[in-house]
Ligand binder design. Structure first.
Ligand SMILES: *Cc1c(COP(=O)(O)O)cnc(C)c1O
Length: 367
């Protein structure tokens, strides 16, 4: 068959090990998964109630416009309803944007390492990929601006960046936007927005008023704890949203997911609690790393990238055998690191104890 040639070089997404698989393999009773930046506190109790009370008919298609969720979300964010596009996770919005703007002969600019879906979707659309290395875990916006040429269709920015947790400052983003030609779309992925505490974090809504070529992505998968429901959204100028809408599948956000997201939005107290617990959790990791002499990237997300100065895969395996699933930095472009999702205080203490054990038996190779 005549598959797109570029598909031959692509691997399907490799999901992390399942909890049951690890339990069986290592004979462990308890597993703590700190690998996918999921919320350790789950989601608001209101979501459980909303799902239990869900009385929609399963034979009826979802509301394709997600009217109620859209209205709640617009109200919550302080934007107009037609400034929003909803997706089956923000992954789907990334796919829609790539599908709408990229094709052979165009190119797209992004950082490296960053969230892999930008590149993945660019390759599927057959465009050229321009990857600009991070500097100390941060986007090199000056070099990214220089990389934009007449064939560039999209620039992807991830702030805080996955996997480093480093954010782009307001000043940096404002200066960058001024340099981007108005026919190049800037996609600003704010998947971890609700966790951010930095005071100089960008005010992207301010910029949305000025620039039609900016779209901000957010998700219910991270702090809202609804990863299994798949709800993400984009916020942009209404004309940009109108241009993108035809790419969207008609019923892309299912009825249960809409009900769950509506209920989750209503409980901002839960979000505030999770944010505070996350900040405290990051402090636990910082303190430990400082004491142990481990380097790390200070994070604005709910994860931390720690440099072990060793093979990240070995550290991953060591922790796995002790019941902690983390992400090896190998696949993330940081081979000597692991990325750990900030868990509950108890989970953080547990994984830190396991790391201490690792450090006792492994003398790090100094560089
Ligand atoms: C987790 C994540 C997403 C994907 O979120 P979904 O809404 O679950 O598809 C997007 N971008 C970044 C940077 C992420 O870390």
């Amino acid at each position: 068959m005549r598959w797109k040639e570029q598909l031959l070089e692509l691997k399907p997404y490799q999901p992390g090990k399942s909890i049951n698989e690890v339990k069986r393999q290592y004979g462990l009773a308890e597993i703590v998964k700190l690998a996918s930046n999921e919320n350790p506190f789950g989601s608001s109790d209101r979501v459980k109630t909303a799902i239990a009370d869900f009385n929609g008919q399963f034979s009826i298609y979802p509301d394709g416009y997600a009217t109620e969720l859209r209205s709640k979300l617009a109200n919550h964010l302080g934007v107009k309803e037609n400034q929003l596009i909803l997706g089956n996770g923000s992954d789907e919005i990334i796919q829609m944007i790539a599908r709408g703007l990229l094709s052979p002969g165009t190119n797209t600019v992004m950082a490296v390492p960053t969230f892999p879906q930008y590149k993945h979707n660019g390759i599927i659309e057959g465009c050229d990929i321009k990857e600009i290395p991070l500097v100390n875990g941060a986007h090199d916006l000056a070099a990214m601006a220089v990389a934009i040429d007449a064939s560039t269709s999209i620039v992807w920015l991830c702030s805080p960046n996955n996997p480093t947790g480093i954010h782009i400052t307001d000043e940096e983003l404002t200066n960058f936007m001024a340099k981007v030609p108005e026919d190049v779309l800037v996609v600003l992925d704010e998947a971890y927005f609700e966790y951010v505490t930095a005071e100089d974090y960008h005010d992207s809504f301010q910029l949305l008023n000025r620039y039609k070529n900016l779209i901000v992505l957010r998700t219910f998968s991270k702090i809202y704890g609804l990863a299994s429901f798949r709800v993400g959204y984009g916020i942009a100028n209404e004309e940009t949203i109108a241009a993108l809408e035809p790419v969207r599948e008609p019923f892309n956000v299912n009825s249960l997911a809409q009900a769950a997201a509506i209920a989750a939005l209503d409980d901002q107290e839960f979000i505030e609690k999770c944010k505070m617990a996350n900040s405290a959790g990051l402090q636990q990791f910082y303190q430990f790393c400082d004491q142990a002499g481990l380097e790390y990237y200070p994070s604005q997300g709910n994860f931390i990238l720690i440099d072990f100065n060793a093979d990240g895969q070995d550290v991953f395996q060591f922790l796995l055998e002790r019941g902690y699933i983390v992400r090896s930095g190998k696949a993330l472009g940081f081979p000597s690191c692991v990325r750990i999702t900030v868990g509950s205080m108890e989970q953080n203490t547990g994984v830190i104890e396991a790391i201490k054990e690792y450090l006792r038996v492994h003398t790090p190779i100094s560089n």
